[in-house]
Design a protein around this ligand. Sequence first.
Ligand code: FNR
Length: 334
Amino acid sequence: MLSYENKLILAPMVRIGTLPMRLLALRYGADIVYTEELIDWKLLRSKRRYNDILNTVDFIDQTDGTIVFRTCAEEKEKVVLQLGTCDATRALNVAKLVENDVAAIDINMGCPKEFSIKGGMGVALMAKPDKAYTILKTLVDNLSIPVTCKIRILETPEATLEIVQKLVSAGIRAIAIHGRTRDERPQHAVHTDIINYVADRISIPVIANGCSKEVEKHSDIYKFKKMTGCTSVMLARAAEWNCSIFRKEGLLPMDTVIKEYLKLAVDYDNAPSNTKYCVQNILRELQETPRGKQFLDCQTLEQICSVWDLGEYCRLKQSEYQKNGIQGRWQVCP
Ligand code: FNR
């Protein structure tokens, strides 16, 4: 059973937290990795398939054939699937679908995007504590794996503690707290004092989040842990920019990280558009360099790989996959 004590965690990040990035984070030293937020109804209309060429479990959208969620044995004991939901029954139905493939389920109660709020999901749930409680309690009562949630702070320590206590009483195993309010943005300072206030007063592990601006090297993670009084720390942007932040031995050069990421993207047949997006977010302002511009013109995985001298690696793997008929060889799981 997954433990949340003393852990370094890859935060949920839409489009960034797909399988290659999660595996890279684990290989660099993350203890737990969250998926990107997956919306309940999208997962519900997908079918579970075992992919015997990649050795992955794929949840495939029945309407357009896209892969909603891909996972594999290497991450099975450490991957937390984050759900976007506003409905306890739907959340449970999805959780049952993935229960045997992931280590835990997390409910997103922190996303401030219009899409989430309009749908009653993300941070909208913090304005409806009874509904939030019911979703968590339904999952806790009916699942064999841990249930957690990720929230933002409210305006005061007392108000934050009050809602956290209610959520904790549903039986969740841990809670991740992003130390910003729903109206604050990444450039605002993170309120370590409020996270600390809550962590001191509740009995389950608190996962501190929101420190990426201050984390330039691995040891900075422990400063944030100390300031917040939390047992575990969750990183989003610091890992998005350079996933080797999880390495105790220190950061690796950007090109090394990109190469290691691309190899995983090839190994797990990651979508070229998603791969490109992740590399763009590692490169950031370096997209303006000649190499960056060459990369931006790429459309296929092989073209992207060629920029980092991995064209041959990609070609060989892809022809192997094609030979094995990756398209037509989906097998239904027992
Ligand atoms: C996020 N964040 C986020 N949070 C969440 O609960 N579910 C999600 O799917 C996402 N998606 C997402 C995508 C991207 C690109 C970013 C940068 C962020 C928020 C994230 O998990 C985290 O709470 C904040 O970024 C603050 O942590 P850092 O970046 O200071 O470590």
